[in-house]
Write a protein that binds this ligand. Structure first.
Ligand code: ADP
Length: 360
């Protein structure tokens, strides 16, 4: 664990949204005098970002010196619910910031959703099947009343190699396949697509990192549905509804844990994760899928090796099944992962060489 933590601590060149979390949290112990004030000062949008980017919190917990983190945790938290005045409001009373605060604030977002749609996604007592069916039968316009913060597919650019990203190709150029690939840097929980893959653990009951962000964004019904699935083995994939998220479904997969070196077993398991997620998507007629960098966080798979497995598996799957998928999005969260994908995409999705006469 200590090894993993130090590994993570060295990889804190985070993307913008993580930066927001980190800086907010780092300021917390010394600067936040009153959480109420802090809450007021956040816009709803940045608040939502805080709620959904769970990695930041866990990671901060890991990189904080122990005493400082204890200060944050112990200085925290009591939550006072004010009497509803027309709409339900949640006020924070006390100092500090913790997972409990973030989770409860997110409940506030879900409460607001339910007011607009009559869907009670925030309550663990709600029947998840009924809500899932209701959500599945809603058109996009109505679903957008449930999740107001989203990135539609049209805003996710198709990948095109930039000048300095060319490398020797591993595959033949295929423009049809290239059009189906995107590299997106940001929070996977915001994507309004058919399915997002979740780097889950074997219980499927939620955890840290991207898993935590997905469960917070989806709300408690996701955990309820996951609890019916009997967990998931490494490399397998299981699908659920996405509830409060803009995606329609979540495909949960469990990546391999790498302790020292990557062996054949770990490589095959990671390959199975990508393959089984894609297979689950196409079997269910889902045409747009996003992947986080499975196993490269707490599970310790070296990102520079994981990228090769991810790109190779997706390329091979697309070659066989291109008519079943419109877009596969590699959703990276860290600047370092973005750079890795930018560098390696050209190897698996090379551009066709243009005849010299075409180059002006
Ligand atoms: P694992 O346990 O499989 O290693 P982690 O969640 O720890 O899973 O990390 C997997 C990857 O997900 C990491 O590259 C991490 O940076 C990334 N990640 C964390 N939060 C998000 C998010 N909200 N959206 C997209 N990627 C994320």
């Amino acid at each position: 664990m200590a090894f993993q933590v130090s590994k993570l601590a060295t990889r804190v060149s985070l993307s913008n949204s993580v930066g927001l979390i980190s800086s907010a949290e780092n300021r917390c112990p010394s600067h936040v005098k009153s959480v109420s004030k802090f809450a007021q000062s956040l816009t709803e949008r940045s608040f939502h970002t805080l709620c959904s980017a769970g990695k930041g919190l866990l990671r901060s917990q890991m990189v904080f010196p122990k005493t400082q983190w204890e200060k944050v945790s112990t200085a925290s938290i009591s939550l006072l619910s004010l009497k509803p005045r027309g709409s339900i409001r949640v006020a924070l009373g006390a100092v500090g910031l913790s997972a409990a605060v973030i989770a409860t604030l997110h409940t506030g977002t879900l409460l607001a959703m339910s007011e607009r749609t009559h869907l009670n996604l925030h309550s663990p007592n709600t029947d998840w099947k009924e809500s899932k069916n209701q959500l599945c039968s809603m058109d996009r316009e109505n679903r957008r009343k449930v999740y107001k913060d989203y990135i539609p597919l049209e805003k996710i650019l198709v990948w095109t190699p930039s000048g300095d990203s060319f490398c020797s190709p591993h595959c033949k150029p295929n423009e049809e396949l290239n059009k189906k690939i995107s590299l997106f840097c940001g929070d996977i929980t915001k994507l309004e697509i058919d399915a997002i893959a979740n780097a889950a653990n074997k219980t499927l009951l939620g955890g840290g990192g991207v898993d935590g962000a997905i469960h917070r964004g989806a709300g408690p019904l996701l955990r309820k549905e996951c609890a019916t699935l009997n967990g998931c083995e490494t490399g397998e994939a299981k699908m659920t509804g996405a509830y409060g998220l803009p995606a329609r479904y979540v495909i949960h997969t469990v990546g391999p844990i790498v302790k020292d070196l990557v062996g054949k077993r770990e490589e095959q398991a990671l390959r199975n994760c990508y393959y089984n997620c894609l297979h689950t998507a196409t079997k269910n007629h889902l045409r747009t899928v996003a992947f986080p960098c499975i196993s490269t966080g707490v599970y310790g798979y070296p990102p520079d090796q994981a990228v090769e497995v991810a790109l190779k598996t997706v390329r091979e799957y697309l070659e066989e099944n291109h008519e079943k998928l419109d877009r596969v999005i590699f959703c990276v969260f860290l600047k370092s992962d973005k750079e890795l994908y930018e560098k390696r995409l050209s190897a698996y999705f090379p551009q066709a060489c243009r005849p010299v006469s075409d180059i002006s």
